[in-house]
Design a protein around this ligand. Structure first.
Ligand code: HEC
Length: 154
C-alpha cells in the first residue's frame, strides 16, 4: 500500500514537472526568435559594411595614377578613335569591354599583348588585331595602366 502511494506521488510529481516545463520551453523558443532576427540583421549590416569598404577600395584603386596614365596612353596610341567610353562605334564601348572582363586586369593585359582570345566581339577581331601593334614596346606597367583605365568604365 505504502509503495503504491509513493509511486503515485512520484508519478504525480513527474507529471507536474513535465507540465511545468513545457510552457517554459515555449517561452524560451519565443524569446529565441527575436534573437535570431537580431543576428540576421547584424549579419546584414556587416555585409553592407563590407560592401561599402569594397567600393571604397575600388574607388581608391581607380583614383590612383594608373588609370590617368592609362587614359593618356590609350589616347596617345589612337585607341580612342574606335572606342568611346559608353557608346559602341567602330569598336565596342569601353563599358562593354569592362563588363566582359570584370576586374580581371591580367586577362585584359594578356589580350593587349596579343596572347589572349577576343571575348567581346570576336567576329570583328580582324579590325582590332592590327591595332595591337600600337602597343608593342610598352612595358608591363604601361599595359596594366591601359587595362585599368579600360576596366574603370563600369
Ligand atoms: C580601327 C578601330 C579600332 C582601333 C583604333 C582600336 N580598336 Fe580595339 N577594337 C576594335 C573592334 C572592332 C573591336 C571588336 C573586336 C574584338 O572584340 O576583338 C575591338 C575590341 C577591343 C577590345 C576587346 C577585346 C576582346 O576581348 O574582344 C579591347 C580590349 C580593345 N579593343 C582595346 C584597344 C586598344 C587598347 C586600342 C589602342 C591600341 C584599340 N583597341 C584600338 C576596333 C579598334
Amino acid at each position: 500500500m505504502a509503495m503504491k502511494i509513493r509511486y503515485l506521488l512520484i508519478s504525480g510529481l513527474m507529471l507536474g514537472l513535465v507540465a511545468c516545463e513545457q510552457p517554459q520551453k515555449k517561452e524560451e523558443q519565443k524569446s529565441e526568435a527575436p534573437k535570431q532576427e537580431a543576428v540576421k540583421q547584424e549579419v546584414k549590416q556587416e555585409a553592407k559594411q563590407e560592401a561599402k569598404q569594397e567600393t571604397k577600395q575600388v574607388a581608391t584603386a581607380s583614383a590612383d595614377g594608373d588609370v590617368e596614365k592609362g587614359k593618356a596612353l590609350f589616347n596617345a596610341k589612337g585607341c580612342g578613335a574606335c572606342h568611346q567610353p559608353a557608346a559602341d562605334t567602330v569598336g565596342p564601348s569601353l563599358k562593354k569591354i569592362a563588363q566582359a572582363y570584370g576586374n580581371n586586369v591580367d586577362k585584359l593585359v594578356k589580350f593587349l599583348k596579343g596572347e589572349g582570345k577576343p571575348i567581346v566581339d570576336p567576329a570583328k577581331f580582324a579590325v582590332m588585331k592590327p591595332q595591337l601593334a600600337q602597343l608593342k614596346g610598352l612595358s608591363e606597367g604601361e599595359l596594366r595602366a591601359i587595362a585599368s583605365y579600360i576596366l574603370s568604365h563600369k
